[in-house]
Design a protein around this ligand. Structure first.
Ligand code: ADP
Ligand code: MG
Length: 435
């Protein structure tokens, strides 16, 4: 079983002091403690999660911190350094319909933890029902009568809380600032309410909040990486069995770095595009008479080509070949180290560009320039239609590669991208740093 380290989630004195002061200013009291959870980058395995396939993300060295304090008036009251707005809702009034904007992430998690049963309408979401969540499926984690959050009636009796968020995960850069906030909130409330959920169950809580409250039909990859990440390792997640495995990346030992190139392109049709790709995958699975595309392998491609229209075939081919690439990546990391996975990263990008058609010219340029300047491999990462690319690069070549990318973007008249190195890091803190 994976147990996240406590190490990299630790708050240094300066940050602890700042968070406490900010908490006091917004909420008029002192926090009980601080919890944190990281953002993530997906090394390989794109759009495979909702097809019950494989993903290989890692947690990064940028985190969301939450300071949490107790209240005796039954309110859930949340604030964040990124806004002056403070949102408060009586716990028993929490509902998906009521919550909106940034506060839907932390309050959605509170709601998901307290809801008695998994809400309806989740078909197609990876992992539904496979991980018990205390509060959602109280019987799975607590013997009858021992439910510390307030017994059988959801929020009844649950203690109110104040929560202040401070995050250094950039928003909308493809690093899942949303999962960082969900997971940091989930570990904080899980300890505060003594719910005893496992890290995997808390990942599921974050996903439920994002699906049901925020309204984004995303899979469970982001929250799994944020909860289960380990230093210098990736999280290999089978979205059908929900089994996870830590895979050493060995970046430091081999003198490699992962550079993220945030193109800052965000397309209006990103949400619609995501839904359309999901629909194509579901259609392909239906025609091929399988529960999900996970059931198909590269050996089935000729059969798929004969049965599917060209566009649906190419969408499905991306999923089938991508699952294969994720498994191959894990094998190569285990046997040969990071220098061996370049061709798989490159092939993943081509598949997303040509078959799944979710790349944009800026992402293609970033990938091409990185490859031409010595990256071992490069690919777009995340849902697509903009966002970020990643390059696996020998440490010594990184400065030249950064300069080359900036120059190429300028030459094309593209907005300058943000470039940053991300380090595979430990996941969420399960125990708060108590004061
Ligand atoms: P990302 O790819 O970064 O996850 P999302 O659109 O999924 O992008 O989530 C970003 C949203 O998460 C923001 O619009 C905001 O509502 C919320 N969020 C991110 N960071 C913070 C923060 N520091 N404080 C409050 N809310 C935040
Ligand atoms: Mg997000």
């Amino acid at each position: 079983a994976l147990e996240p380290h406590e190490a990299t989630g630790a708050v240094d004195d300066a940050l602890a002091t700042e968070l406490s002061a900010e908490f006091a200013r917004r909420h008029g009291s002192a926090p009980l403690g601080v919890w944190s959870a990281p953002g993530r980058v997906n090394l390989i395995g794109e759009h495979t999660d909702y097809n019950k396939g494989f993903v290989l993300p890692f947690a990064i060295d940028r985190r969301a911190y939450v300071a949490l304090g107790s209240r005796d008036d039954g309110l859930a009251r949340v604030s964040s350094t990124f806004t002056d707005e403070v949102v408060e809702v009586p716990l028993e009034k929490l509902s998906p319909e009521l919550l909106e904007g940034w506060s839907a992430y932390p309050l959605g998690v509170a709601w998901a933890l307290l809801a008695q049963e998994a809400p309806a309408g989740e078909s197609g979401v990876a992992g539904v029902g496979e991980v018990g969540v205390a509060g959602i499926d109280a019987a799975a984690a607590h013997p009858a009568g021992s439910h510390p959050a307030g017994g059988e009636s959801g929020s009844a009796g649950a203690r109110g809380f104040s929560l202040h968020i401070h995050s250094d995960v950039p928003i909308g850069a493809g690093l899942s600032s949303s999962a960082a906030i969900e997971c940091a909130t989930a570990v904080a409330l899980n300890e505060f309410w003594e719910l005893g959920n496992t890290p995997k169950a808390l990942a599921r809580v974050g996903q439920i909040a994002e699906n049901q409250v925020v309204g984004a039909p995303t899979g469970i990859m982001d929250q799994s990486a944020s909860m289960l990440g380990r230093l210098d390792a990736a999280v290999f997640l089978d979205c059908r069995s929900m089994q996870t495995e830590t895979v050493a990346l060995g970046l430091a030992a081999h003198e490699y770095e992962i550079l993220v190139i945030d193109t800052k392109v965000s397309h209006d049709h990103a949400t619609g595009g995501y839904a359309a790709r999901r629909a194509s995958c579901e259609r392909a699975a239906e025609v091929m008479q399988v529960d999900s595309l996970r059931e198909l392998s590269p050996a089935d491609l000729p059969r798929m080509r004969a049965a599917l229209d060209d566009e649906t075939f190419r969408r499905a081919r991306h999923i089938v070949t991508e699952n294969d690439r994720v498994e191959a990546t894990v094998r190569l990391l285990e046997t040969s180290g990071p220098q061996a996975i370049g061709a798989l990263l490159d092939a993943s990008h081509v598949s997303m560009r040509d078959d799944f058609e979710i790349s944009v010219p800026q992402l293609d340029l970033a990938v091409e320039v990185a490859q031409s300047l010595g990256a071992v491999g490069a690919r777009m990462t995340g849902g697509g239609f903009g966002g970020s690319a990643l390059a696996l690069v020998p440490r010594a070549l990184r400065p030249a590669l950064e300069a080359g990318i900036l120059e190429a973007f300028a030459q094309h008249g593209y907005r300058a991208p943000d470039l940053f190195v991300v380090q595979p890091s430990d996941g969420a803190t399960l125990k708060g740093q108590l004061r």
